[in-house]
Design a protein around this ligand. Sequence first.
Ligand code: CP3
Length: 344
Amino acid sequence: MSRILQVLNGQIVHPPPIWLMRQAGRYLPEYRALRSKAGGFLDLCYDPDMATEVSLQPIRRFQFDAAILFSDILVVPHALGQNLWFAEGEGPRLDPIDASTMLPDYDRQSFLAHLEPSFETVRRLRQTLTDETAVIGFCGAPWTVGSYMVAGRGTPDLAPIRHLARNNPDALQGIVDRLTEASIDYLCAQIDAGADIVQIFESWAQVLHGADFDRWSLQPITKIVEALKAHSPQTPIIVFPRKAPDGYPKIAEIPGVAGVSVDPDIDLAWAAADLQQHVAVQGNIDPDALIVGPDAIDSAIEQLSTSLMAGPWITNLGHGILPTTPIDHVHHLVKRVRDLVPVS
Ligand code: CP3
């Protein structure tokens, strides 16, 4: 069994496994070369030859313990029929939907047919990699994906979806329910294609508190986890409730969640005491530390290992790797983690 799967099964593994969120991407020249050959980002995502190659690029360079499917969380609304494009230098754009936009009926067959290139990519990754390297599938959580569907773009303050939640909660519930159902189908198909682990990205729940967090984040994620566990009990699920401090303990206590990915703001002593008793903790190096250099990396690893090494821990960043990250710094991080000695 790969080391990351051991950790997600609750074991303590030395040295801890490592992979990085957004490990395939613009900081790698081989990615930039293929991206410009492909034409657009979505062309890369929907071409199994290129998506497989891009997913493998960081494994070849750094021998990470896991390869993540190369795609994006926004292919789900695309497959549901919403127009999606990635404007150069602007990030993702969609034709926004609102309370007055009727959602078409869910056509499971055409939804899954649209995403077939990703399932083929997962199949090829699983065939190509040895058992040492796990394949991670993923989706965005309904609130996070819904925030892009409603606004048509990324919105730092989440105003459009917050306003919809307040002014027309039934309309938002329709969107969230649709995304919950589609995400279950999407992740089950990734597991069937060979994904060893799945991760759910809830990147934008920091504005949700109390009952709002429960309704729009916790409940849909819990439904997805329950359905995946019924489909494939042995596949571990990691959830990343970024910057949702009230949310972390609730997410960690969902039965069936094996790992929680923590952002750089999370206090490590708290994570060790309150999260690691329920789940493996994944994280949480600040992506900026990886840009700053060896000293910042060393001190981050020192703090992390002191706090988390006595429990199940997967080394990762607290958010995606930044495009200006020097490759040498990633090598330094990997070496530093692989050189860690067990705590006595
Ligand atoms: O290597 C991996 O981690 C796997 C692939 C992956 C991508 N996006 C590729 C990508 C994954 C898991 C994601 C998740 C994702 N996408 C999230 C959740 C995680 C997070 O970062 O909070 C979100 C919110 C998105 C939406 C999205 N996609 C944004 C906001 C952007 C623009 C980001 C930017 O820096 O320009 C994307 C584009 C995107 N997704 C890129 C990559 C490699 C950059 C595309 C390019 O220009 O080549």
